[in-house]
Design a protein around this ligand. Sequence first.
Ligand SMILES: [Zn+2]
Length: 362
Amino acid sequence: MCVSMYSAVWSREETTERNYYTRYHNMSEITAWMEQMKRENPDVVSSMVYGQTYERRNITLLKIGLSSTVRKKAIWMDCGIHAREWIAPAFCQYFVREILRTYKTDTKVNEMMKNLDFYITPVLNVDGYIYSWHNESTRLWRKSRSPGTGGCTCYGTDLNRNFYANWGMVGVSTDCCSETYCGTKALSESEAWAVTDMLGKMREDILAFLTIHSYSQLILVPYGHPNISAPNYDELMEVGLGAAKAIKAVHGMDYTVGTSPDVLYANSGSSRDFARLIGIPLSFTFELRDKGEHGFELPEDQIQPTCEEAYAGAQHIITYTHDKAFYSYAATVTATLWTTLLAAWVSSAILLTIICLYKQVK
Ligand SMILES: [Zn+2]
């Protein structure tokens, strides 16, 4: 029974590939899709289970990149930390499809696939996402699915308030029935712990951290706390504004760039802030379409244009990140080489002059 149902999902996905990325997909379809990506691209795609949800489901990422003999740098992207933001997992799927579709022919994508590995989690809050697909009354579920404690009968913690980043300070609730309930303590949720553990292991390699949400059309930079500023705030803003420009060039949509307190509301305990706090230099939250007309229930006919423009924005950030890391290094090596050659030439000239003068004197 299970096998035949699974086969049905397979065949539906494979025969409708052209329309696949214009629809929302439930968790079992996304899981099957991850297997399909690995099977179709065995040289560049692998998967890794890096944690479990409260309901004991696997949290899985796709690792995408060309094999290399040297240690590679990494880009992190996660989608679906908030269950009801269905456009986010759809974007992660689109992003994966695009880099796999283009890396053989697009020289820039190819170069980045050689130097970088992409760690992409299509659905982080797996329990919540499955619950949001359950029926109409659960469609707008946001949080995890862990039960309340201390007599509170509500379910779920806001995973994006549960990270160890000024936890519990601003823009959170301690009422377990609230949509922004931050949990009993930082990292009380296994999903937040899983991401924290991975980022901790990889933090020296991760150059950029992108976490995808909806809605509001924003690109948010650290930090969510109004009194704290990132040391590279100017760089984050410049890169964010560049991404917004790239987004606008695709379908004319306006995305606003700034810190949460400046353009949305103050908050603490987010994964974006945690990533920046542990030293990942470029950390951004994308809030995709729209601005409230449909909100979390973005119609399927907007999936493709939303993903196209967001892809341009993400590529702007990733290209900047890549070039900064690899061209700066190459430029340093080249400059050092030229300096050495120049020094050798000057030394030779001086030596020759001394020899000539010595001969003349003699
Ligand atoms: Zn969200």
